[in-house]
Design a binder for this molecule. Structure first.
Ligand code: 13P
Length: 241
């Protein structure tokens, strides 16, 4: 039995005041899904202290453990703030900051070494989908991590399918399109696949969450824009039962 998971990725949005108001307004009463809030680094402590009914996630980490890496944040530092989950391989990191499969895998294992659960993001661009390459791109992105992971390491992972063309565009993959890819991902994961939670991400809102969550291989969502509205995010969490 996979417990549904809904994660809020605030991206580079928010302020102290925003976090204060969001946490005061977020009502997770009766929510059975596991809920994760991933604020920008400076607000981790504030969210850790005030959040009720959700756990803390981060949006990025360094592959290094410590030392002369100006501007970087290590897995151990995140753990110091009770961070449980960390997003790796988000398409914005891949495309805007040049993070390739190898670096994403290094970050994945850096997180796991400190006991954090990576939320590994995979997904194709519109161009790749139109060229019929969606599944091969996703297989390559997965393989970069699974090819280096032991059976045990593959237990502690959440995977998010985020088609790049659906992120922040208002264009969601249809439930059938998303299910097809989720099913493919589960197959690629082999014997361990049935226990791994697979999230969908890309313009998830309270209005489309139910039909996505109704798909057999969709175990929750990684939510961007709609996670900046406590009421809307709470509704999405309530939908994932
Ligand atoms: P949107 O929900 O804003 O499309 O963002 C999705 C996403 O990138 C979550 O990580």
């Amino acid at each position: 039995m996979r417990t549904p998971l809904v994660a809020a990725n605030w991206k580079m949005n928010g302020s102290r005041e925003f976090a204060e108001q969001f946490l005061a307004a977020l009502d997770l009463e009766g929510v059975t899904a596991e809920v994760v809030v991933c604020p920008p680094f400076p607000y981790l402590a504030q969210v850790a202290e005030k959040v009720r009914g959700a756990v803390l996630g981060a949006q990025n980490l360094s592959k290094e453990t410590s030392g002369a890496f100006t501007g970087e944040v290590s897995a151990a530092m995140l753990r110091d703030f009770d961070v449980r989950y960390v997003i790796v391989g988000h398409s914005e990191r891949r495309s805007l900051y040049g993070e390739g499969d190898e670096l994403v895998a290094d970050k994945f294992f850096a997180a796991q070494r400190e006991g954090l659960t990576p939320i590994l993001c995979v997904g194709e661009t519109l161009q790749e989908r139109e060229a019929g390459q969606a599944l091969s791109v996703i297989a390559r992105q997965l393989q970069a991590v699974t090819g280096r992971a032991s059976e045990d390491e593959l237990q502690r992972v959440v995977i998010a399918y985020e088609p790049v063309w659906a992120i922040g565009t208002g264009k969601t993959a249809s439930p059938e399109q998303a299910q097809e890819v989720h099913h493919f991902i589960r197959e690629q994961l082999g014997a361990k696949g049935s226990g791994i939670r697979l999230l969908y991400g890309g313009s998830v809102k309270s209005g489309n969450a139910a039909e996505l969550f109704a798909q057999p291989d969709i175990d929750g969502a990684l939510v961007g824009g709609a996670s900046l509205d406590a009421d809307e995010f709470g509704k999405i969490c309530r939908t994932a039962a």
